[in-house]
Design a binder for this molecule. Structure first.
Ligand SMILES: O=C(O)CCC(=O)C(=O)O
Length: 300
């Protein structure tokens, strides 16, 4: 009997299985995956802290940074929160060597639980990496918190946005990432340009409580990474200040931005400050830090 060809959705799982088989024989220098990294106590503390912040929705562009030809204004796929410095999407993400000024706006310092996690990741990173892959002065002083789940639109209509397209993190040096909630299929892909359909070079399900570190020329500089999908199995309820979003996974990526490139809101150019003032005001409703940053600019 002739076997039936796989259905359309099966091709995707076939590609994933083939990539998994191929990667078993590959070297993994500069890449670490540690399941169950968080202790129950740290996980609880992290969850509690996440319940105190008020993530925001950002748009990709702004009046002084309009969409380039062929692109339209759009909302990011998920709410975010940044610590250490806030890289507003409309100002462009930190991207040396050219994109360093006015991109990393001073933000709240790490709360104790994040500071502890960052120090542990730093120690593991130094053991994992070649010294040449850790820049001088490298310390995890920046954290992006991404919320994955379903947007709840008009009439309660749900739209799943739990994914991230291929990209690179341009902050110098290794990146460490902590996952909470449903597991996510994280892939490193070689790609000639974002959106091109290219080979999966490595993939890993990032599980609840896990740590991933990646560093060096292959993982950090050459390959793109993406979150292909997030499962919907755990049914964990996160108690967050998000009314229009149902979160089933939270990821925190710890990065390094040189201190001299972190700019207080008071010193941002007038155009850039005008573009992000609305976000700062929203953040200031619940954060004394951002309220003070707004006051400092008025007094500057
Ligand atoms: O959610 C993840 O696991 C990855 C997030 C990511 O790629 C990023 O923050 O740059």
């Amino acid at each position: 009997m002739t076997p039936r060809p796989p259905r359309r959705t099966d091709w995707a799982s076939l590609r994933i299985q083939r990539a998994a088989a191929k990667q078993r024989s590959q070297p993994t220098d500069g890449l670490l995956y540690e399941p169950n990294h968080l202790t129950a106590e740290t996980r609880r503390e992290l969850r509690d802290w996440l319940g105190t912040i008020h993530p925001i929705w950002e748009q990709r562009f702004s009046p002084h940074h309009p969409p380039p030809p062929g692109q339209e204004q759009r909302w990011l796929l998920r709410p975010v929160y940044w610590l250490g410095n806030w890289q507003f999407a409309c100002l462009g993400y930190y991207h040396p060597p050219k994109g360093i000024h006015g991109r990393a706006v001073q933000a709240e310092p790490f709360p104790p639980v994040l500071a502890r996690i960052a120090r542990t990741i730093e120690a593991k990173t130094r053991k994992l990496c070649e010294p040449g892959d850790v820049p001088r002065g490298w310390t995890l002083n920046t954290c992006l918190v991404n919320f994955y789940g379903e947007r709840i639109g008009a009439g309660g209509r749900r739209h799943d946005t739990a994914r991230v397209g291929e990209h690179k993190d341009f902050e110098p040096g290794p990146v460490g990432s902590i996952s909470l909630g449903d597991r996510a299929l994280f892939q490193f892909v070689s790609s000639s340009r974002p959106g091109a359909r290219d080979a999966i070079e490595w993939q890993q399900w990032l599980e609840d409580g896990s740590l991933q570190i990646f560093a060096g020329p292959r993982w950090k500089e050459r390959l793109f990474h993406r979150v292909q999908r997030v499962e919907d199995k755990r049914d964990e309820k996160f108690d967050l200040h998000l009314t229009d979003f149902d979160t089933r996974r939270i990821n925190l990526t710890f990065r390094y931005v040189p201190e001299e490139h972190i700019v207080p809101f008071a010193r941002l150019s007038q155009d850039d400050a005008d573009d992000v003032r609305g976000y700062m005001e929203t953040l200031a409703r619940h954060s004394p830090f951002f309220a003070e940053a707004l006051r400092a600019r008025m007094g500057a």
